[in-house]
Design a binder for this molecule. Structure first.
Ligand SMILES: Nc1ncnc2c1ncn2[C@@H]1O[C@H](COP(=O)(O)OP(=O)(O)OP(=O)(O)O)[C@@H](O)[C@H]1O
Ligand SMILES: [Mg+2]
Length: 259
């Protein structure tokens, strides 16, 4: 479904060149909820943004559904982007649009007719459980409700894949739980492939089937979630698992590093 080969990305800053991705290879299969986990600055967001070319890699290739995205011209890339949904930590809703019009937005861009838009928005609102909020504005919603709107908007054009960047990191535990449940239900119900960036192994544990551990722009290990959690081989993987265990057992680790 998504094949990433030898992806490199550097950022030029006044101080130095930052190597954000350093030869990343990744295979995400259809129907996966694929966790991309790592500490702050490890390159997770950059990797996700390279998947839909919000960020242009310096070199390497991304093949999505057999199409090499890195080789597409602007028009074809625009069309492809309509089929890649994305959700973010801070929702990125249009504050001046109602919930209905937020969800309708990608359908308008895809030039769907008025009837089709109405029917699809109603369907999506039902799917994510916000049918009673369609006339509200984002400012009138809770964080969890906003993320539901963002998910509905991301799903509007039947994406081949949903990219999620820390989508639950700004939410309280109960709301996090309900959003993870919603994503899982959508994955099970529709077979939607999800690439899910997080810094929390606990989120990976409950949501994902496969996981890649990223550190300093490199994939340190990758595999089935159960396997990686039980027997992490990389230093970053071990630290992330230790921290999640520490939380559950009520212990702090002085050498755990920052998240
Ligand atoms: N636009 C940019 N300009 C310069 N450096 C950048 C830019 N975007 C990212 N970086 C650098 O690239 C590296 C990877 O950043 P990235 O945002 O991908 O990390 P991350 O794993 O998503 O971190 P976090 O968990 O804090 O969100 C970091 O060193 C970061 O400072
Ligand atoms: Mg990030």
């Amino acid at each position: 479904m998504i094949e990433v080969r030898n992806l490199r990305k550097t950022f030029a800053t006044p101080a130095a060149q930052v190597l954000a991705l350093d030869g990343v290879d990744l295979d995400i299969r259809k129907g996966d909820i694929f966790g991309i986990v790592g500490f702050s600055g490890s390159g997770k967001s950059t990797l996700l943004r390279c998947l839909n070319l919000l960020e242009r890699p310096d070199s390497g290739t991304v093949v999505l559904d057999g199409q090499e995205t890195t080789a597409l011209d602007r028009t074809r890339l625009g069309a492809l982007r309509q089929r890649i949904g994305m959700i973010f930590q801070h929702f990125h809703l249009f504050d001046a649009r109602t919930v209905h019009d937020n969800i309708a937005y990608p359908l308008e861009i895809a030039k769907a007719g008025r009837k089709r838009i109405q029917a699809r928005v109603a369907e999506l609102a039902g799917l994510v459980g916000i049918s009673d909020k369609l006339r509200a504005y984002p400012g009138q919603l809770s964080g969890g409700q906003k993320q539901r709107v963002a998910i509905a908007r991301a799903l509007a054009n039947d994406p081949r894949v949903l990219l999620s960047d820390e989508a639950t990191s700004a939410l309280d535990p109960e709301t996090t739980w309900s959003i993870l449940q919603l994503l899982k239900d959508i994955n099970v119900g529709t077979g939607l492939t999800i690439a899910f960036v997080t810094h929390e192994m606990d989120v990976v544990r409950v949501l994902c089937n496969r996981v890649a551990v990223l550190e300093a722009g490199q994939i340190m290990e990758e595999g089935e979630v159960g396997q990686v959690l039980q027997n992490p081989r990389s230093a970053a993987g071990q630290r992330l698992v230790e921290i999640s265990r520490g939380f559950r057992e009520g212990r702090l680790f002085t050498d755990a590093g920052g998240i």
